[in-house]
Write a protein that binds this ligand. Structure first.
Ligand code: UDX
Length: 444
């Protein structure tokens, strides 16, 4: 209470409305609220978070006109969606801030606007109204080198100057993007870079020890200070920010399994699979003989519930050994003693959640930053195996056994536990993330 009175600063946080972005932004809000700031969350109408889950924050919904703009929500049209949100939300956001200024408590000040890097319109509004704008990046820091800063002339920067980043194959990714950039992609990239250059600070959901080389390079480029305070979910007391209902039954199922025996299978909130993929995954899991917890969320297989596509004889073969649910409390699952491996699409949140619990990963990225994350996991940190090419039951069975049981996977399993310890270290009071968080609060 004392802290609240002393620090009557309000922070306004601007959400990008997808699960993989909502989670880290609400976690950051929770961390900063714990430091004494009042929090206002501004979000588009689409995919609104449930305000009753965080009654300590003020939530303001702004019109996004996505229906009128007839924007596709498919992952492949993601850049057009980003453009539409930035175009449609700027004016309502400005109006909302002006209203907040008119209504504000006499002893309260707005200390800054923290925005998801994809909602870069917020930087322009912050500049117009004279507030500091701070960008928050819910992806690996290296994505900034790859997706925003790059220019064909900079190719040599990535591989020649930073040998530690060679396994990320940034040059290859930059070249492929430079050869086929869509208009929307070029526009988003230019606008995001422009906003980043004007921002007063950058907040990265990562850890120094994980991305030291990339962070050093970014700090060289960036005129603004860079705060590395990940993994957010470990610094924030547990909060619920799922758009889908979490199935608690899977935790009681996990309670019955032996330690480190379960392979957890989840492809995040956006990736999609074909009907054939489902059949191969089902038989791969069944034949591996390992217990498994598999998330088949609505929409994973476009136009289907998913479970009706499971092959004949599969349920009979696996019986109680398999648990299939629509959505899990994933952080709790990964922290559960029964979980010994994670088959993931390599979304950045899933990656950080797995690293912090020492769970080795089987990696099958689908799009965007997931490919870069996979390369970090398998070739830089060496805590996972890449599952390449066609999804085929024999390959899946072999990869699960290698990851979780075989001597061949032992180094990977040990390395994963080492990174869990390093994560714990950087969360200690003198650790890199805690120090960076304290520096950030001094700045705002
Ligand atoms: C997207 C991109 O794909 C990702 O690469 C990017 O970095 C952020 O935006 P998404 O695909 O959903 O995110 O993956 P991820 O980043 O892993 O985020 C998914 C979140 O949903 C995680 O925090 C995870 O804990 C949560 N989740 C997932 C659940 O709570 N339950 C589930 O069953 C599955």
């Amino acid at each position: 209470m004392e802290q609240q009175e002393e620090n009557s600063s309000r922070l306004v946080l601007v959400l990008y409305p997808f699960q993989g972005h909502i989670n880290p932004m609400l976690q950051l809000a929770t961390i900063l609220h714990g430091k004494g700031y009042s929090i206002t969350i501004v979000h588009p109408e689409f995919n609104s978070p449930n305000p009753s889950n965080q009654p300590q924050f003020t939530f303001i919904s702004i019109p996004d006109k996505l229906l009128e703009s007839k924007v596709s929500l498919l992952p492949e049209d993601f850049m057009s969606l980003v453009l539409a949100l930035n175009k449609n939300c700027a004016a309502p956001f400005k109006k909302c801030l002006k209203q907040m200024l008119d209504e504000k408590h006499p002893h309260e000040c707005i200390a800054g606007i923290i925005y998801d890097a994809l909602m870069y319109f917020a930087q322009t509004v912050a500049d117009d109204l004279g507030f500091p704008g701070i960008s928050m990046r819910p992806t690996a820091a290296a994505m900034l080198l790859f997706a925003v800063i790059p220019h064909p002339d900079h190719e040599s920067v990535f591989e020649n100057q930073i040998p530690e980043l060679q396994p990320l194959q940034l040059k290859k990714m930059v070249t492929s993007m430079s050869q086929n950039p869509t208009d929307a992609m070029s526009e988003v990239r230019a606008a995001a870079l422009n906003a980043t250059k004007r921002s007063s600070a950058m907040i990265e959901n990562t850890m120094e020890f994980l991305e030291h080389a990339a962070l050093s390079k970014i700090k060289e480029y960036s005129p603004a200070p860079v705060f590395t305070i990940g993994p957010f979910h470990k610094l924030a007391p547990s909060i619920s920010s799922s758009l889908l209902k979490e199935d608690a039954h899977c935790i009681s199922w996990l309670d019955k399994q032996t330690p480190k025996s379960v392979i957890y299978v989840s492809f995040g909130s956006m990736a999609s699979l074909s009907e054939q993929n489902i059949v191969e995954i089902a038989w791969g899991l069944a034949n591996s003989e390992q217990p498994f917890l598999w998330v088949i969320r609505p929409g994973l297989i476009p136009g289907s519930e998913g479970t009706e596509l499971l092959p004949k004889g599969f349920q009979e073969k696996v019986g109680e050994r398999g648990c299939i649910v629509k959505w899990t409390p994933q952080k709790e699952v990964l922290a559960h003693v029964a979980v010994g491996g994670f088959w993931t699409h390599c979304g950045w949140n899933s990656t950080l959640e797995s690293v912090s619990e020492g769970v080795p990963m089987l990696c099958r990225p689908y799009f965007g930053d997931q490919v870069l994350n996979m390369r970090y996991i398998c070739y830089v940190w060496k805590i996972g195996l890449e599952l390449e090419n066609e999804l085929e039951r024999g390959k899946i069975e072999g990869a699960i056994k290698k990851l979780m049981l075989d001597a061949e996977g032992e180094e990977i399993r040990n390395k994963a536990m080492e990174l869990k310890e390093k994560t714990e270290d950087c969360l200690k009071e003198e650790g890199s993330s805690c120090r960076s968080l304290n520096e950030l609060t001094k700045l705002v």
